[in-house]
Design a protein. Structure first.
Length: 211
């Protein structure tokens, strides 16, 4: 698919600030005159809603089943004829997405072989690779401080031991796919403004934004 707009993905452990930074990037790109569509995973589709119910402990499920649900949710996220990512890109939007398949590699690779996860997500990867994966890196201890401050309750993956594993698995996946994925690692321990400025500089390096 030939296009002159972007697919930008934000990644990070829970509490990294990625959702805030995705919002700030959208605002900056809109000011530059770009048409932006913001989205997230898990989605608010029926599959995504099932995943959220598992995360909120309303439904009990195995991590392997959750991984498979994410694969299905992601494919629908791409191909949905109403508001799918591919449709939005075809309509000329730059798409800013909060989480994509690197989240699956990081959050599920402790229970499932990374190669299986990559293969399971190969449909999505073949349909659409991000123009840039922006990983906001913070220490798990910092993330937990933020989560405990901002949340009245925590989801099933939101504990210190698990976030340490997830951060390690992110880096394992980045190394594994370094030859085929564009990953930019941003130090998320600084002020919101400093982080946002670095992210915008990285996006401006992509030809599309430079006018």
């Amino acid at each position: 698919m030939t296009r002159n707009n972007l697919f930008i993905v934000f990644e990070g452990i829970d509490g990294s600030g990625k959702s805030t930074q995705a919002k700030l990037l959208k605002e900056k790109l809109v000011k530059e005159g770009h048409k932006i569509y913001s989205t997230f995973e898990p989605t608010d589709s029926p599959i995504g809603s099932l995943i959220r119910n598992i995360f909120n402990r309303r439904i009990i499920s195995d991590n392997r089943a959750i991984a498979a649900l994410f694969v299905a949710d992601r494919i629908d996220h791409l191909l949905n004829p109403v508001n799918g990512i591919l449709k939005k890109l075809e309509e000329g939007y730059t798409v800013v997405c909060d989480r994509y398949y690197f989240s699956s590699y990081a959050y599920h690779a402790d229970d499932i072989d990374l190669e299986w996860l990559v293969e399971a997500n190969s449909i999505s990867q073949n349909l659409l690779k991000p123009d840039i994966n922006i990983y906001i890196d913070v220490l798990p201890e910092v993330s937990m401080e933020r989560l405990n401050k901002d949340r009245s309750s925590l989801e099933i993956f939101e504990n210190l031991e698990n976030l340490k594993k997830v951060r390690s698995k992110y880096y394992e996946a980045f190394d594994h796919l370094k030859d085929v994925e564009n990953v930019s690692i941003i130090d998320g321990s600084r002020s919101i403004e400093e982080v946002s400025g670095d992210i915008f500089d990285k996006v401006k390096e992509l030809q599309f934004v430079v006018r």
